[in-house]
Design a protein around this ligand. Structure first.
Ligand code: CU
Length: 228
């Protein structure tokens, strides 16, 4: 008599094939000296141009004004999402974007203020300044695709649950500036498990973000609402 095991196994495999048709993307970014790079945005878009799933609900990311800097330095959102810019400092700020894809302005606002979020409806990189503190910079990277990630110090990202298929991978960093395109590669995402790692090497070293001018009257760590 035959064992039932092969039938059970076949059934399990068929079920796995039905449910697991998504794999994991893995990428890493280096500077020209081979040092892993933070603040690199990875995006994956289907090579055949098929539409990506629409988001279930709009989301709102947060970029704080804190210690006379924007935190985080780089934020990635999907198109039609919003970003809130709360002021956690004990001084006023004046937030402004001159970027063509999303010019906006949050006029001078007080310590502790939480201005209305700004919505981003076009793809592209938006540079955010503070008119009162010229060293302050943030970047909002707006993308259509749900498959994106931002590198930290180790330069590596993973993106899970990417439907199997061929994709164009792009890697963007603020220091590419306004005119240089992202680095680009192609990757095949398997139905199960990890894709071959995509490695990018930029031909520059990232600049150190500018620091508050010495003597500026807002000691680091002195946030709105805190007592010294
Ligand atoms: Cu400011």
């Amino acid at each position: 008599m035959k064992s039932a095991a092969p039938a059970v196994l076949a059934c399990t495999l068929a079920l796995a094939a039905l449910t697991a048709s998504a794999g994991t993307f893995s990428g890493v970014a280096f500077d020209r000296d081979g040092v892993p790079m933070a603040n690199v945005v990875f995006t994956l878009k289907p090579r055949d141009g098929r539409a990506v799933p629409t988001p279930a609900a709009p989301t709102t990311a947060t970029v704080y004004q804190e210690d006379l800097a924007f935190k985080p330095y780089v934020t990635v959102i999907r198109r039609s999402s919003s970003v809130s810019f709360p002021n956690r400092d004990r001084v006023e700020h004046h937030v402004k974007s001159f970027s063509a894809s999303r010019p906006f302005e949050i006029p001078v606002h007080k310590p502790g203020a939480v201005p209305d979020p700004i919505r981003f409806d076009q793809e592209g990189a938006v540079v955010v300044y503070c008119i009162l503190h010229d060293w302050m910079r943030a970047y909002v990277y707006v993308t259509e695709t749900p498959w994106f990630a931002l590198t930290a110090e180790l330069g590596a990202v993973r993106i899970d649950d990417v439907p199997a298929g061929d994709y164009v991978v792009e890697a963007w960093h603020p220091d590419l500036g306004q005119f240089r395109p992202p680095l680009r590669a192609e990757v095949s995402i398997p139905a199960v498990g990890l894709a071959a790692q995509t490695r990018f090497t930029f031909d520059f070293k990232p600049r150190t973000p500018r620091q508050p001018r010495p003597g500026t009257a807002n000691p680091p760590g002195a946030r709105h609402g805190q007592r010294n």
